[in-house]
Design a protein around this ligand. Structure first.
Ligand code: ADP
Ligand code: MG
Length: 379
């Protein structure tokens, strides 16, 4: 059964109103990794994997919501003290609260939702969930008066204030603002963004989820951040966004070899994002792919946030003739994102599954994705 039919059927069995249906998407990031906290660029897009919800105001001050995938029901009020205990429901409660905190309106509603964004695979199912409800509640109770970018911020604040995740804006931004056949280059310093065409006829995006997550004792994320901040400070600039390779080479003797490598990656990554911008405008996917490999190399050798399993997946991609492949996300596990010529997809997927399993005992999960619309009302 299609997602929409399934949700409507469930809604009709539980509630009496006639609901509207909304959806929002998971996301990928083509390039621009560990750049957000350096004031740089990211390059996300929404994908054809969504969270979809049927929602109707119920005339009370209570929210009643059923999660099909988790098979749980939650009911909660809209005051700060009404936070539900189920973690999935806190995403929805948080969105309600963040709208109210901004002076918007949320009244009681009934909802049923489900999705096909894999949970915890690096495709940001949580942002899809937040964005779906933020978009819906803006439409149902606020006459769409809240700007779309603000809907993304509502999702981000939900993660910060109700889910204990101190995330940046990229995931929610991509989920809300995504457009079919377009990637978005977001400037994490100015928050300006631009759409770039991404609708290759001959290539596909394939995500390979290693299903490993290395939890390291010290926080490597904070250490990377500190390295970047130290170098920026030494250069007398706010973030590495304003650094060049020549500037970095000028202070090479004054900083540790490790800090040098970290900063070098960030500077090179910024240049790669700019090169990819031009390549996308020119429809030059071979260059895009080359830059993805370079990013992987930099993340692995200079930024040192890869791991054996991800390097192995990258190696397999190269051997299969895949156009571009790199770690997607913070590193130390999770997914690779691969730009694959259509005629090679089947072979690559089969080879990656087989060889990875031979070496690590389990198959990676594979998701083929298409760049699609973000938050929307489903007619
Ligand atoms: P991700 O990287 O996919 O965003 P998170 O851990 O941030 O992973 O978010 C996953 C959480 O979002 C789940 O534990 C659940 O609470 C909520 N969630 C995501 N998708 C669904 C869904 N289809 N149904 C119910 N809850 C969901
Ligand atoms: Mg998440």
């Amino acid at each position: 059964m299609e997602l929409k039919e399934q949700i409507l059927k469930e809604f009709n069995s539980r509630f009496n109103e006639k609901p509207s249906v909304y959806a929002s998407a998971g996301r990928i990031n083509l390039i621009g990794e560990h750049t957000d906290y350096n004031g740089g660029f990211v390059f996300p897009g929404a994908i054809d994997k969504v969270i979809m919800a049927a929602i109707a105001p119920n005339g009370t001050d209570k929210v009643r919501v059923f999660s099909i995938d988790i098979d749980e029901y939650a009911e909660f009020g809209l005051e700060e003290s009404d936070a539900p205990s189920q973690s999935w429901a806190r995403y929805i409660f948080g969105v309600c609260r963040e709208i109210i905190k901004r002076g918007g309106t949320v009244k009681g509603f009934d909802a049923v939702f489900a999705g096909n964004v894999p949970l915890g695979a690096g495709l940001s199912s949580s942002a899809a969930l937040e964005s779906c409800f933020a978009f819906a509640l803006n439409d149902l109770f606020n006459g769409n008066s809240i700007e779309k970018f603000e809907l993304a911020r509502i999702g981000q604040s939900t993660e910060h204030n109700y889910c204990g995740v101190n995330c940046g804006i990229m995931d929610q931004f991509a989920s809300v603002m995504g457009k079919e056949g377009k990637l978005m280059r977001l400037d994490c310093r100015s928050m300006e963004y631009e759409y770039y065409p991404f609708a290759p006829e001959d290539y596909e995006l394939v995500l390979v989820d290693s299903r490993v997550k290395h939890e390291l004792a010290d926080s490597p994320y904070n250490k990377r951040r500190e390295s970047c901040e130290r170098v920026a400070k030494r250069l007398g600039i706010e973030t590495l966004r304003d650094a060049t390779q020549a500037m970095l080479d000028g202070i090479r003797d004054e900083i540790s070899a490790e800090d040098y490598s970290r900063a070098k990656f960030v500077i090179e990554e910024k240049d790669r994002v700019l090169a990819v911008s031009d390549a996308l405008n020119a429809g030059d996917y071979e260059t895009v792919g080359r830059k993805m490999y370079e990013t992987h190399e930099g993340l692995s050798k200079d930024y040192e946030v890869s791991c054996e399993e991800l390097d192995y997946l990258n190696e397999i991609a190269k051997e299969c003739g895949v156009t571009g492949s790199r770690i997607m996300g913070g590193g130390f596990g999770g997914c690779t994102i691969n730009l694959v010529r259509k005629d090679l997809v089947a072979d690559f997927v089969e080879t990656a599954k087989k060889r990875f399993k031979e070496k690590y005992g389990h198959e990676p999960k594979v998701y083929e994705v298409v760049i699609s619309d973000g938050a929307r009302k489903v007619e």
